[in-house]
Design a protein around this ligand. Structure first.
Ligand code: HEM
Length: 471
């Protein structure tokens, strides 16, 4: 078969793992230059194929590339078999599709979180590891929408929402070291803790059940008592209680486990991705004084025109902030990610190379995010204005931050692209809006701080960000 070229390596067991782990940015760039795309590497004990700017969309749009084949699925499926297509549809219709219902609650939660964690900042205050704090703020907005206002008040639930992804990610990242020895050992290691009953998320399940069971029971009681007169609450819980396979009279452990898996799979997908993007945006802003005035003035105008309580329409008016955010997404792109397992018999890329069943395919995302094909000679520069497509009658037309297309893979592309992206972008813009109105925000270093790298992943800096009240 005409496989994608396997990049040569010198050390049989280690293969490319070392370079991939410690210098993936330069390493993948060199591979791409020398071999074109797609190319394959021998990493962590197996051959992995990497797609670049030309071929990535072929992977992302094809159903035979399974994105759920990762560990997360095993962890949640222990509690209930989840249907990803159903979950996506619920998010698209019930969360992203109902922003107007949720927007004022999201704003209250954001203001509460900003007051609690950032506070007054009359004197300039420096925050380190801001992503953790943002995680708690984001978790509260997500909790409000998903599990309802009553339970979003409990601090232990919010901490659990903010932390659940971390537990699982840690579990995923220890094993690569073991794969130096063998791939099958790695696979065993991943499922071993589950077999022995140690599950990094059972702790979260316990908190969830303790806090949530009484609320679920109460809602079911009210539904029965009031019948037709019951007024549907606006959150995912009440939506699920109406769905045929969640309708119930008995709230036992099994039922709560099912609800836990369904809701926490969404929490897992939403909180840390959103807080990471928010953290990146704050660093991108704080390190670039030349952007401050324009963005601030846009926020001030929208605030003054709306008296502070914004509608979805108002968020759409934040065009400068939106262009800035899209540019921040682009710059914070992972070097490679979006791991997919190819589950078909064989797949032939448009350039004629073919991969077999069970091949792990990674999208070399940076190749798209910084390609001159889409971004020309200025691809490496931070230029929010590049997303403006035209202006007429004083109106700016631009490519929105939540738009998915071949030029930016932050949310994937095609019908499996992130169903929560409108919710995420809306929430991030609202939070930035409120922070920028209230504080002067700058990096402590006075420069653009570089991101942290973990293998091919890109993480926000943990250096200081200084907040100072504008008044
Ligand atoms: C800035 C924040 C976010 C980023 C960068 C992000 C990114 C992504 C990406 C790259 C994918 C995979 C697409 C693929 O492999 O083809 C995805 C899928 C998904 N995202 Fe997001 N996401 C974010 C926020 C959210 C939020 C807020 C929710 C829920 C409210 C959510 C729910 C999901 C779900 C359920 C999937 C799986 C879709 C499927 O199975 O077809 N995401 N997201």
């Amino acid at each position: 078969v005409n496989e994608p070229p396997l990049v040569q390596y010198r050390f049989p067991i280690i293969g490319h793992t070392y370079y991939y782990l410690y210098d993936s940015e330069n390493f993948l760039k060199k591979c791409r230059e020398k071999y074109g795309e797609p190319f394959s590497l021998y990493v962590f004990g197996s051959v992995r194929t990497f797609t670049g700017v030309e071929n990535s969309v072929e992977v992302l749009k094809n159903d035979s590339f399974d994105f759920h084949a990762a560990i997360n699925k095993d962890v949640f499926n222990q509690f209930k078999k989840l249907d990803p297509v159903y979950t996506s549809r619920v998010i698209r219709e019930q969360i992203s599709g109902k922003l107007d219902v949720y927007i004022s609650r999201i704003q209250s939660e954001l203001l509460f979180g900003i007051e609690k964690y950032f506070g007054d900042c009359k004197e300039p205050k420096t925050f380190r590891n801001i992503q953790h704090m943002l995680g708690l703020i984001v978790a509260k907005t997500v909790a409000n929408v998903i599990i309802g206002e009553e339970v979003a008040q409990f601090e232990d639930i919010i901490t659990s929402f903010a932390m659940v992804e971390r537990g699982l990610t840690k579990m995923r990242f220890i094993p690569p070291i073991l794969t130096f020895i063998s791939l099958s050992l790695n696979a065993k290691f991943l499922t071993l803790p589950l077999k022995f009953g140690w599950n990094p998320i059972s702790r979260h399940r316990d908190i969830f059940v303790k806090r949530y069971k009484p609320i679920v029971e109460e809602r079911i009681r009210q539904r029965k008592k009031l019948g037709e007169k019951y007024i549907q609450k606006e959150d995912l819980l009440d939506f699920f209680l109406n769905e045929p396979h969640y309708k119930t009279d008995i709230v036992d452990d099994k039922y709560m486990d099912g609800l836990f898996a369904q809701l926490y799979a969404i929490v897992f997908a939403s909180t840390s991705s959103t807080s990471k993007a928010l953290a990146f945006a704050l660093f991108d802003y704080g390190g670039r004084p030349e952007l401050w005035n324009e963005i601030y003035e846009e926020q001030l105008k929208i605030y003054n025109d709306s008296n502070g309580n914004l509608s979805v329409e108002d968020v759409h008016k934040m065009v400068k902030l939106d262009c800035f955010l899209r540019e921040s997404f682009r710059h914070s792109s992972n070097i490679a990610g979006l791991m997919h397992l190819f589950t078909g018999d064989s797949f032939t890329f448009s350039n004629g190379t073919t991969i077999p069943k069970d091949r792990l395919v990674f999208v070399y995302t940076r190749d798209t995010a910084f390609s001159d094909k889409f971004y020309g000679e200025t691809a490496n520069d931070f230029q929010p204005k590049r997303h403006i497509t035209s202006r007429y009658n004083g109106k700016i037309v631009h490519t929105p931050a939540a738009k998915v297309d071949r030029s930016l893979l932050t949310f994937g592309v095609g019908k499996r692209a992130c169903p929560g992206r409108l919710f995420a972008v809306n929430g991030i813009k609202l939070c930035l809006h409120k922070l920028i109105l209230k504080y002067n925000i700058r990096t402590e270093s006075g420069k653009v701080d570089p991101p942290r790298r973990f293998s091919a992943l890109t993480l926000p800096p943990i250096s200081g960000l200084v907040f100072e009240n504008r008044n």
